[in-house]
Design a protein around this ligand. Structure first.
Ligand code: BTN
Length: 239
């Protein structure tokens, strides 16, 4: 897969979407600094060289169900960075947590292409270094964890070198198998399982994810499958 690095851009997701729209092939694009990085739900994602920010772009057949893709990506990133499985956990549908604080997030965006294909851009932001002492911690509602805690010598380039082949293999497998093979891997790192949560406005108890990657929410009226999209999950109890 082609790899590109930019010293600065607005958002690697925007660059990758434009690349696919212009007929480009599979690409991994990273940036040392984003000036208009995006998170889910319209939030901004601040990033400088204390973080690894990159996007993976490729196309899939339009009919491929993408519901579980962010979960499979989360599992792959977590397995590469924490092969022992004891430290990194996943919060449905797109967050990575390290020791109870947010380590990174995933933002998937799509663009319609010709010939029954859909361009898919998987944006990943991972904190490499801890926040500076004078940072406004209140701006980080889910806390802030850094990969440096797992690996004191961590760098953006070395981390991307480790992640790129695993993500490339994941996308090839996901195209033919969908999310189902990652369901057990997600279950092993599921941060919210059996916890009281709120998904959007709906309260309930998280009971894992379905073979499609939907969150299974136990409510007073039964088990509701919830799809990622624009929903987010809040834990009702602190970690
Ligand atoms: C989230 O936690 O809400 C998702 C954050 C995703 C951030 C990454 S950084 C690389 C890529 N480019 C962006 O503008 N956003 C994603």
């Amino acid at each position: 897969m082609e790899r590109r690095h930019l010293a600065e851009c607005g958002s690697t997701n925007t660059e990758a979407l434009a690349h696919l729209r212009d007929g480009g092939g599979p690409l991994i694009i990273s940036a040392s600094r984003q000036t208009a990085g995006r998170g889910r739900l319209g939030r901004a994602w601040q990033s400088d060289d204390a973080a690894l920010t990159f996007s993976v772009a490729r196309s899939f057949p339009t009919e491929l169900d993408l519901a579980g893709l962010s979960l499979a990506v989360g599992c792959t990133v977590a397995d590469v960075l924490d092969p022992g499985g004891g430290r990194i956990r996943l919060k449905w549908p797109n967050d990575l947590f390290l020791d109870g604080a947010k380590l990174g997030g995933i933002l998937i965006e799509t663009v319609p292409l010709a010939g029954e294909r859909r361009g898919v851009v998987i944006g990943i932001g991972l904190n490499l270094q801890p926040l500076p002492a004078d940072a406004d911690r209140a701006a980080f509602a889910s806390g802030h964890a850094a990969l440096q805690t797992l690996d004191p010598t961590v760098t953006a380039v070395a981390t991307l070198d480790r992640l790129a082949p695993a993500l490339q293999a994941l996308l090839a497998d996901f195209a033919s198998l969908g999310f189902a093979p990652w369901q057990p891997a997600f279950a092993r790192r599921d941060l919210a399982v059996d916890q009281r949560v709120r998904v959007g406005e709906q309260p309930g108890i998280a009971r894992g994810v379905s073979e499609r990657g939907e969150l299974l929410l136990e409510t007073a009226t039964g088990l509701l499958p919830m799809s990622g999209g624009e929903l987010s999950l809040r834990l009702e109890t602190r970690l």
